[in-house]
Design a protein around this ligand. Structure first.
Ligand SMILES: O=C(CO)[C@@H](O)[C@H](O)COP(=O)(O)O
Ligand SMILES: [Fe+2]
Length: 228
């Protein structure tokens, strides 16, 4: 699978979201962080904003739900126009039923793991998912430092995906930048969320191109990719 770069609008200007989406032309998905001040100690946006944003841009929306009760809310984000919906394993009451419901409504189903949540208990669920998100910071805020200690989990997850012959995308989110993207790609990630490393620069579209080039180079030399 080709490398994908998903800018996070958490680091964009919320009063100009349509323009900010325009500013990252060439991005694969627009990453939309939904926070409820319960699952994480921060509050961002909800279904109506996703609905408006999906009408305002051709870039598909990758909604990352950092909320309690995703079983109730995730389907509404699909109806609002999200092309991919990520719920947290720690918050979902019935992750298999929820993933099936998201897929049945026509979106890609994805599950996220906080840094302290291991992948191993979820091995049997992987065929139910289109993407797995490994958080590389504690969720809640943009601009945090990348957690290097997550690299072994990325490697183990890539091994599981290969062993089961799955088409699952492996996303990393948090502190992904020019300094860290190559380590993530070498470990096995193929979808890269970047907030401050894209919107914190003078030229967000150029930042997307440059992260993509770095990730592609690192993937080309990675043992997990060479084995395919
Ligand atoms: O989900 C989150 C934070 O909880 C992320 O999507 C951040 O928005 C990424 O921002 P950077 O770490 O790239 O600045
Ligand atoms: Fe996110």
């Amino acid at each position: 699978m080709a490398v994908q770069i998903n800018p996070s609008i958490l680091s964009a200007d919320f009063a100009r979201l349509a323009d900010e989406a325009q500013a990252v032309k060439g991005a694969d998905w627009l990453h939309v962080d939904v926070m409820d001040n319960h699952f994480v100690p921060n509050l961002t946006l909800g279904v109506p904003v996703v609905e408006s944003l999906s009408r305002a841009t051709d870039i598909p929306l990758d909604c990352h739900l950092m909320i309690e009760d995703p079983d109730r809310w995730a389907p509404q984000f699909v109806e609002a126009g999200a092309g991919s919906v990520t719920f947290h394993a720690e918050a979902a009451a019935a992750p298999v039923r929820l993933a099936r419901e998201i897929r049945a409504k026509g979106a890609r189903a994805s599950m996220a793991l906080k840094p302290a949540t291991p992948i191993e208990p979820f091995e049997d669920l992987l065929p139910e998912l289109d993407m797995l998100l490994i958080m590389t910071v504690e969720p809640g805020f943009g601009g945090q430092a990348f957690l290097d200690i997550m690299l072994p989990k990325i490697r183990r997850t890539r091994e599981l995906i290969s062993r089961h012959g799955l088409e699952l995308w492996l996303q990393v989110d948090g502190g992904v930048s020019a300094e860290t993207v190559e380590r993530c790609a070498e470990a096995g990630a193929d979808v890269f969320v970047a907030g401050s490393a894209v919107y914190g620069t003078e030229d967000p579209a150029a930042a997307v191109r440059s992260l993509r080039a770095q990730a592609e180079r690192a993937t080309a030399g990675a043992s997990w990719a060479c084995a395919h």
